[in-house]
Design a protein around this ligand. Structure first.
Ligand code: BG6
Length: 531
């Protein structure tokens, strides 16, 4: 049962931003390192094309792809065109927009470990920037490359002079870089990478991307809390019993078995995406929507997470998907995937409980779970409130306080981005005339973005690329935030590494994960929501 609340434009909150409104991103050269790679082809080209379609790119914008493959500009344009046409995230390919857009695409061949690649890029950039005003010669480098090469690229960018260090965040021309995840493999490597990056550049030039922050519902968490009078007063331990954060995927490791074997679910999903969802839910509200103020509060929330105790570590759950069925089709188990060892102990699923030791959250468990090859693709934050303190006798004919479901506020990140509020209502019928009992049922009040706003949502990468072009780092992670995330997950990774399972637990592909994950909540008297 659901009640649809349809928003009208007049109900929308005013945009919460300290930025001066603008019509498009700054003029710039966007350089994509790893331009023939998977991420560029699946996400980045389509996102930039869509910005062009929305007239959100400056007149002086150009995209330069850099990679090892030998290719002419024309061949690169074909590659981009195919990627854009194949993208499921953008609606409709517009030939007229494309004709204009493709003129802005260029390609430079080069091995990113060699100085010659940067020399070739510098020459190309000089030629392309020759006719534009010097203050418009902004440059933005997207490191869409495997992490082992980050360090070399950062060194080269600095020593080649392609990306000078700048002190003033408002200075022109600017040089910025987007660094893809994973940012480090553990705390020590993240610290060392931050050290290296910050020895060449200023923090305001670095945009560490976590694409979850570009998702509409994730951005909506703060708006929901700040632009409504009813949520913030009850957003605390007095009213909330626990929080469940789920990121379930139906896909397996696909072609990324090699990467995943070294990452596993905690590095791939928890340290970044789930930690961000937790931080945005748990943080105090900043007094202004300004990048550093928002990030300060996130860091404080993450630092208040209680370090794992041995008991806490022992309670955590890890497992691997075994063969099963997804949407009626048989799929192999993790150990049968390409690039995966047949005796692998890499978890594709994890569930854990975190406590936040501050006045707002003390005593409220945050349960986090994520897995591949699960029953449904769904990412959500479910905020479960305490059960009603008492009931009217005879309301359900049962003992007061035992049977009514608690209220749950579900922030649906995907699919069907939106919010659901679950509450109790009288079930219809004339039961009262026949028996002295009133039936109570749970019903949902539902808000779905696409329905309420009657538009498709922008892909996360589009939002984030535009933010980088206008210099708004609110949706990017700062160095201390990345480190705070590793502080939480490092002890778990170390404990798991030191205590390999005698037999790796499994869950059937297409299921809701392994049974011990249910025990994690059952011990506290709760159960996972089945989204
Ligand atoms: C990536 C992970 O960061 O996020 C992938 O590396 C995962 O393994 C993906 O599949 C999930 O993103 P989304 O947007 O599909 O939830």
């Amino acid at each position: 049962m659901s009640i649809h609340v349809k928003a009208t434009p007049s109900q929308f909150p005013p945009p919460m931003t300290s930025m001066t409104p603008r019509e498009h991103g700054d003029p710039c050269s966007m350089v994509i390192f790893g331009a023939t790679g998977d991420l560029a082809r699946r996400k980045l080209f389509a996102a930039v094309y869509h910005l062009a379609k929305g007239r959100l790119l400056a007149h002086d914008f150009r995209l330069i792809g850099v990679d090892r493959a030998t290719m002419t500009d024309q061949e690169f344009r074909e590659l981009v065109r195919k990627s854009v046409e194949a993208s499921e995230e953008i609606s409709g390919f517009d030939a007229a927009i494309w004709e204009e857009f493709e003129q802005r695409l260029y390609y430079v061949q080069g091995d990113l470990t060699q100085t010659s690649a940067y020399t070739a890029l510098r020459e190309r950039l000089h030629a392309l920037e020759a006719r534009i005003e010097a203050r418009h010669a902004n440059r933005f480098f997207y490191l869409s490359v495997p992490p082992f090469i980050f360090r070399e690229i950062v060194d080269h960018l600095s020593s080649s002079g392609l990306a000078p260090r700048t002190e003033d965040p408002k200075g022109r021309p600017w040089a910025r870089m987007i660094i893809e995840k994973p940012f480090g493999h553990d705390l020590a490597s993240a610290l060392s990478l931050n050290h290296l990056v910050l020895s060449h550049f200023n923090e305001h030039q670095i945009y560490r991307i976590d694409h979850y922050l570009g998702k509409e519902t994730v951005q909506n968490i703060l708006v929901l809390r700040a632009a409504n009078a009813i949520f913030e007063p009850i957003w605390n331990r007095s009213h909330i019993s626990h929080v469940q954060i789920t990121a379930a995927e139906t896909v397996g490791v696909e072609s990324r078995g090699n990467y995943y074997e070294h990452a596993g679910v905690v590095r791939d999903m928890f340290q970044n995406h789930l930690m961000q969802l937790l931080a945005l839910t748990a943080m105090e509200l900043p007094h202004r929507m300004q990048a550093n103020l928002v990030r300060d509060e996130k860091v404080k929330a993450m630092r208040a997470i209680r370090p794992f105790t041995l008991g806490g570590l022992q309670e955590t759950v890890r497992a691997q998907y075994a063969a099963g069925q997804i949407k009626g089709k048989p799929v192999p188990g993790y150990r049968e995937e390409n690039g995966v060892s047949p005796s692998s102990a890499t978890p594709t699923y994890a569930a854990l409980k975190l406590m936040i030791d501050n006045g707002r959250w003390r005593g409220v468990p945050f349960y986090l779970r994520s897995g591949k090859r699960m029953a449904r693709r769904t990412t959500e934050i479910a905020i479960q409130f305490h059960k009603p303190p008492y009931l009217i006798d005879g309301l359900t004919g049962l003992e007061p306080g035992t049977e009514v479901d608690p209220n749950i506020l579900v922030l649906r990140v995907q699919p069907d981005d939106g919010v659901t509020f679950r509450f109790s209502a009288k079930a219809p019928g004339a039961a009262l005339a026949l028996t002295p009992e009133i039936e109570v049922a749970s019903v949902d009040m539902d808000f779905t973005y696409t329905e309420a706003f009657e538009q498709t949502l922008s892909p996360a990468y589009e939002t984030l690329i535009l933010d980088c072009m206008i210099g708004d780092a609110t949706l990017f992670t700062r160095s201390d935030e990345v480190e705070a995330g590793w502080h939480v997950t490092d002890p778990l990774l170390e404990y798991w590494a030191a205590n390999p399972p005698t037999q790796m637990a499994t869950y059937e592909a297409g299921s809701w994960g392994p049974e011990p994950a249910d025990d994690l909540l059952a011990r506290d008297g709760f159960a996972w929501r089945k989204p």
